[in-house]
Ligand binder design. Structure first.
Ligand code: AMP
Ligand code: MG
Length: 276
């Protein structure tokens, strides 16, 4: 059983069911050690994923302001090999992006075979911020759940392993983080009056997240509710879910690489014999 709450289809949830402060009886030091081990394992799995080129991994990070999307990228996916792991951040769409369907800019960023891609925000913004602020009429955003499901099905059918993380923080923890940010000169670039304004829509966001999680969870594209008030627990839960998603492929990947090695050695042997 994973530390993050995995949603893969049937279960309909309310966010209030989940305690953002949950730590599963762990202490910080213990958790950090486990995370470090998982990151070593993940780095090895990344190498196999890259070597075999049969699958790709897409990690989607969503959550309210200060929920820790940037921190997760720094601490969990940051240590991975940047040759085959990169981040795409989705901001307010540009004029050109808005002139296309909402998945256009997203599809362009999906990972190639062998690669890992981290989405800092994603196509889910188009049923979150867009819905909460009525940036388009309901007739436009409502059908998007179906579009998202079809899109993710297409990616999965094409060999993409999809993991979607909702970083679940409490309203009190968000206030603490926003205030702390104001007192940290290095974080000044992150300050935004918009974050305080968005906070007023807390409940509307909860509803929008619940619908996205309930309607767009599938075995091939699960959502994970990650208790995120404790950063060290969040990091551990995300690292663990990533490892758990890749580990079932390990034997198959090793087998393929052995076969590949045999074929290549055969070609080298033939070349050497021809030289004699
Ligand atoms: P940040 O993640 O702090 O850099 O902020 C990015 C901003 O872009 C957030 O306020 C998002 O809500 C906003 N954003 C991302 N995608 C969309 C979208 N499709 N439509 C409108 N706003 C978006
Ligand atoms: Mg922000």
């Amino acid at each position: 059983m994973g530390l993050a709450h995995r949603l893969a289809g049937k279960r309909q949830i309310k966010l209030a069911e989940f305690d953002p402060g949950e730590v599963a009886g762990l202490k910080r030091g213990q958790a950090e050690k486990k995370t470090a081990r998982l990151l070593e394992e993940l780095t090895e799995l990344q190498e196999l994923l890259y070597a075999v080129q049969a699958q790709s991994l897409l990690v989607i990070l969503q959550g309210r302001d200060t929920s820790g999307k940037d921190g997760t990228i720094r601490r969990v996916t940051g240590p991975l090999n940047s040759q085959s792991c990169s981040v795409a951040s989705f901001k307010v769409p540009t004029e050109e992006e808005l002139a296309h369907d909402f998945l256009w800019r997203v599809h362009a960023q999906t990972p190639a075979a062998g690669d890992i891609k981290i989405f800092n925000r994603s196509h889910y913004e188009d049923v979150l911020v867009v819905r909460v602020h009525e940036l388009v009429p309901e007739q436009v955003w409502r059908p998007r759940y179906e579009h998202i499901n079809a899109f993710e099905r297409l990616l999965a059918d094409s060999g993409t392993i999809i993991l979607k993380f909702y970083l679940h923080i409490s309203k009190a923890e968000q206030e603490k983080r926003l205030r702390k940010r104001e007192n940290d000169p290095i974080k000044s670039w992150k300050l935004s009056v918009g974050d305080w304004q968005e906070r007023e829509y807390w409940d509307a966001y909860s509803e929008a997240y619940e619908e996205a999680l309930n309607r767009c969870s599938a075995k091939h594209a699960p959502w994970f509710v990650v208790p995120a008030d404790k950063k060290w627990f969040r990091d551990l839960a995300v690292a663990e879910a990533m490892r758990d998603a890749l580990i079932p492929f390990k034997d198959e990947w090793l087998k393929k690489l052995k076969e590949l090695g045999r074929e290549k050695r055969k070609a080298i042997d033939e070349y050497r014999r021809g030289k004699k």
